[in-house]
Design a protein around this ligand. Sequence first.
Ligand SMILES: Nc1ncnc2c1ncn2[C@@H]1O[C@H](COP(=O)(O)OP(=O)(O)OP(=O)(O)O)[C@@H](O)[C@H]1O
Ligand SMILES: [Mg+2]
Length: 545
Amino acid sequence: MGGQRTVILKEGTSSTQGREALHADIMAALAIAESIRSSLGPKGMDKMLVDGFGDVTISNDGATILDEIEVQHPAAKMMVEVAKTQDDEVGDGTTSAVVIAGELLSKAQALMDKDVHPTVIVDGYQIASERALEFLRKIAVKVKANDKTILRKVAKVAVASKLLAEHKDFIADLAVKAVLEVAEKSGSGYKADIDDIKVEKKPGGSSTDTALIQGVLLDKEVIHPGMPRRVQHAKIALLNCPVEVEKTEFDAKLNVESPDQMKGFLDEEEKILREMVDKIASSGANVVICEKGIDDVAQHFMAKKNLLAVRRVKQSDMEKLAKATGGTIHTQLDDLKASDLGRAGLVEERKVSDDKMTFVEDCKNPKALSILVRGGTERVVDEAERAIHDALCVVRDVVVQPEVVAGGGAAEAEVSRMVRGYAQKLKGKEQLAVLAYAEALEVIPLTLAENAGMDPIDSLMEIRSKHQAKQTRVGIDPYKGKVSDLAKLDVYEPLAVKVQALKSAGEAAAMILRIDDIIAASKSKEGGAPKGPGDSAKEEGEGES
Ligand SMILES: Nc1ncnc2c1ncn2[C@@H]1O[C@H](COP(=O)(O)OP(=O)(O)OP(=O)(O)O)[C@@H](O)[C@H]1O
Ligand SMILES: [Mg+2]
């Protein structure tokens, strides 16, 4: 970089360089971290988000909040990415990751104000991050992957900060049961794919009506009143082709000259549909689950043959059904054979609140599970679903990698102390950067204290001195509003969540700190004029908007 450059930019393109660019990026990223900071921890506040259509979401989940707010600044977008990555990889700790990334940037800004070059900071952060991960692994406690007691504790902590906190025992039990059921032995450990657990929500009832169902739950009703509502020993035809007479792609005009001719057409259509249904029935199927549509006339024939049919099922659900029932999804009716049919002990339509849902239970593959989430209103159900998602994720994390660390900011405080110790071996500006990293980690206990209405600085000083005195699991107890030993309070979190949070926070901070040039295309006409260097900047490599 640097030197003479010839850049030919399109008219309206703005370019911000050097410190000014970096400062704008840091400010934008900080704004994001600042916005969700107050939602960290069990005493954190929730956010109410209203989208362009006026739909309201109330959430405490970092990933959800950041997903809902439309962020324009590219550096701010990177922070949103941090939350996304965290959510995809481990499912929890999204708020923490973003808050740590923000703090790393804020500390970096302070160093730059003291004339430390961004590259030195990035390098220092890199060294510190490697050590921090190593220390984190060192302080982790090994547990048994199928130890229900510890899994329940971890799940409870993940749910504690959500709307559903009052039902955390209930949700934790459910999550542990579900994950252990889908977990499989793999080598010396376990693997568990929580995609095997289908979460379906239906407003109504109370949160404790949320139930685990052995099988696949479809938010669809049986399509014809003449069909059976309950089929035992189900043999299921899984179709991804419409049971309809295909429409041609182009229009043609036919002149019908007599009523007989008209009848001929309709008869022919009916015949095609009848043959389709005959093909399905002759395979031995007694249940039809179709991703596409089923014609009214075909429905009538199916009802006559005593078939139970469901249509317009989501593709993802079809895949789950195929896995669960051992059936093959068919794109053509011609080659449907008995061996392609999926098996389930029971397929039944049941009424849930005002709606009807189809339960495919007792499947050939016993690992197929669903969770039916209930709750007073739509928003409660939505947030309950997110809490269950977090609980399932953390239980999975521990089952797959059975190591935990103390929560309440204790792990972060301890790693911070260790990194600070390591920094003593370094010299000069590098030491400053490593120390800044160590301090940045303390933002977690600090923020937890702040959100619990405690004095953040006093609490942090108390935590520091206890950690110096080898009380390594001391952190914030937001419920009592005091500094305590979190291990004694059973507050444990998966090591995987903490590792990922440090990794993604560190990477995002480094990426932002390396930028010294923002080249922003002008906004497209309908978007209006760019508001300033910050607002209009665009990510590198992105096409023109
Ligand atoms: N009972 C508790 N006592 C002390 N700290 C707790 C307790 N329950 C949760 N925490 C702490 O709260 C923090 C987690 O808060 P929160 O769940 O709001 O954010 P997150 O997990 O970082 O992000 P996400 O929004 O993805 O859940 C962790 O540091 C955790 O240790
Ligand atoms: Mg959480």
